[in-house]
Design a protein around this ligand. Sequence first.
Ligand code: ADP
Ligand code: MG
Length: 346
Amino acid sequence: MKKQLVRHTRDYFQRIYNQVPDAIFLSPGRINIIGEHVDYNDGFVLPAAINKYVCFALRKTNNDTISFHAKDINESYSLSIHDNLAPVETMWVNYLLGVLDELKRRNKKVSGFQMAFSSTVPMGSGLSSSAAVECGLAFALNTLFDLGLSRQEIALIGQQAEHRFAGVKCGIMDQFASVFGKKNKVIKLDCTTLDYSYYDAHLGDYSLLLLDSCVKHTHLTSGYNDRRNEVEVGLKMIQSQFPEVHTFRHCSLEMIENLKTELGDIIYKRCLFVVKEIARVGQAIAALQAKDYPLLGQTMTETHWGLSKEYEVSCPEIDFLVETMVQHEGVLGSRMMGGGFGGCSI
Ligand code: ADP
Ligand code: MG
């Protein structure tokens, strides 16, 4: 499938531009075992890159034009390297312009180039096609134009591109997982410090299975940004009572219970989820290390009901998938995966 993707992307590039690309890049999507909606709440997450990719074919030119072709949706876009960059109506273009803008802000210069891309990461399914697009372009330009960016900078460029040009206030998990992923490894990422370590992804006799609900989301309108605002307000209210709380990591369940009335029903539930989820990731990592897969599965299912009832980012179709799956003998746990409002269950 990977070879086919590369071949099709290269052939497409040649057909569109009548030229051979200088280089091909593969940028992976990701799964996340546990730690949902805590990457922007100073938690830990446990993602892994997967064998589904956005494939980029690129060629440097001798002029000032930058051209993008999106094979999967048969659309194209061109601009001059001198153009002022600002978000445009066409959503997919924004992920790419956002990256160019971030390079500009860092004084990293590119000349004209031609690019075509195609993907096996489904769009809007929670496997982070958006991060794969952003980071793939940043990685490719870094190599092609010798920009000297580190992997961490590439991940941060992807995240900022999504904030500024796509309007989605995503955390750092997706971009980090795409850029730092390694074969058969999950990454434990501390979203406060960006410290990370790798764990074996082998789960004994068990496998990770994704079920695509086929309910599509777009995080610009999904409620993702609302959640970010709600927890931001919640944290400020907690801090005004408990100044020692710098982030949700320093916050206890007792503090939230104490402030239940002040926080109000919605913000109380959101904060409750975050504090519990941060603790659950710790439990899940211990279970993974101890090869206690039933406990890992149970923790994942608890996360699901937190996401569904407290953070309210699931949907009836995903709840159905989870409820149905956990009734099967041999299924250790199940949950919604990714930002939510559709997408996949794991
Ligand atoms: P997710 O990251 O979970 O897949 P998002 O809503 O964050 O979902 O990002 C999906 C968006 O990324 C798409 O709507 C599209 O704009 C862009 N995108 C992703 N993959 C492609 C692709 N292969 N071709 C064009 N645009 C893509
Ligand atoms: Mg995304």
